[in-house]
Design a protein around this ligand. Structure first.
Ligand SMILES: [Zn+2]
Length: 387
């Protein structure tokens, strides 16, 4: 409530100035009434009765181009407080005034559009912003709002059009956003049975953003569904080139392809390279397993023992204890292994570069700040266990 009172002070000041200018312009009965109302409004404000104060100040102000900023500030205030209905009513009342200039009218329409967005009245907001975007000074905001509407409505073709528009009028690149919009549209095309169209859209995604992991991943998933393991593996290996940190996230798919293609040697080399380049308990575990399978458990034991000495971690300790168990089957070793394996050390963690949102799931669009492609794999719970 204190915050609201502070925000109302400029409104009160503007009302005071407005009242004074009318008062000195000519003494009248109305001026006396204004005078009384103004001090009544201030009294409400001082006594933290903000709602009543707002009503008084709104009634006190006449609507013209001089006072319009005050009205708009009030509307924004209502919206920020979550009182969207009040904001809509205020803006709708203002727009009905015939004495307004075109400039003031456009400003109110823009605010009304923002009210509709907050109220979830997307159809109304869409119609309004389509009309308003013809006016240069509102083009950027209209484009942003329409892009947001079409994403919420999953109208991906329209979203792509507005993503391209935003890219052309805004200094910040929209390539990552556009790539994800193409990917969304590709999934829609696939659901409609148009696999060829879907693949073309994925190509477009990669063209606008050569680092678009999702495009390669979706292509790999399409190929896997058709049992085209060679093609799937090629797409997955592209991801390894784009950002090797994503390899642990999709490791099962890589391993499935190598196994289906019956390429144990390639699988070994792939895991050995990944193990050397990425610090990931998921990769290390898979590599140790393949090492034991293809080169014998003693080699795997020596590898993980060295690794544990160089890089002590809960995950490496667990792998070491697992392989030790095979060597000496004592009850203590069993207990040790059971305790360690109850820790879910290999759970992936993701982090949003834009807003800092942490999650255990890969979201292409950040659930918190709604940015596309900002979430990266950052590590594992393992590292937190040492804190
Ligand atoms: Zn975020």
């Amino acid at each position: 409530m204190i915050e609201l009172t502070l925000m109302l002070l400029p409104v009160a000041a503007a009302s005071g100035w407005y009242f004074a200018s009318k008062h000195y312009a000519g003494s009248s009965v109305k001026s006396s009434l204004d005078h009384a109302s103004y001090f009544q409004g201030l009294n409400y404000l001082v006594n933290n009765q903000s709602d009543k104060a707002i009503d008084v100040f709104v009634n006190l102000l006449e609507v013209d181009d001089e006072s319009i900023e005050v009205h708009l500030a009030l509307g924004t205030l209502f919206r920020k407080r979550g009182e969207v209905e009040k904001a809509i009513r205020l803006h709708q009342n203002l727009i009905a005034r015939p004495e307004l200039s075109q400039k003031a009218r456009l400003g109110i329409l823009n605010e009304l559009g923002m009210d509709y967005m907050h109220a979830g009245l997307l159809d109304r907001a869409e119609a309004l912003f389509i009309e308003l975007e013809k006016h240069h000074e509102y083009r950027l905001n209209c484009t942003k709002q329409l892009l947001s509407i079409y994403q919420q409505e999953k109208e991906w073709d329209n979203a792509i059009d507005y993503g391209i528009k935003l890219d052309s009028i805004n200094a910040a690149s929209q390539q990552i956003l556009l790539a994800h919009l193409y990917c969304e549209r590709a999934l829609q095309a696939r659901d409609e049975g148009d696999l060829k169209g879907a693949k073309n859209l994925l190509k477009k995604a990669l063209k606008v953003d050569s680092l678009c992991i999702r495009s390669n991943l979706t292509n790999a998933q399409f190929a896997l569904r058709e049992s085209k393991y060679k093609a799937a593996l090629d797409y997955l290996l592209n991801i390894k080139q784009q950002n090797i940190q994503f390899v642990p996230v999709f490791l099962d798919m890589y391993l499935q392809c190598y196994d289906e293609l019956n390429k144990p040697k390639e699988k070994f080399n792939f895991l050995a390279t990944a193990e050397a380049e990425v610090e990931s308990p998921i990769i290390t575990k898979a590599f140790v397993s393949v090492l034991a399978e293809q080169k014998g458990s003693e080699n795997a034991y020596v590898f993980i023992k060295n690794k544990l000495e160089q890089k002590p971690s809960m995950a490496n300790l667990l792998l070491f204890s697992d392989l030790s168990l095979a060597k000496e089957d004592s009850s203590n070793a069993v207990l040790f292994y059971k305790s360690l394996s109850s820790l879910n050390y290999a759970k992936l963690l993701f982090h949003c570069d834009k807003c800092g949102f942490d999650s255990e799931k890969l979201n292409w669009m950040c659930p918190s700040c709604k940015a596309w492609g900002a979430i990266q794999p950052v590590g594992f719970l393992d590292s937190k266990l040492w804190l």
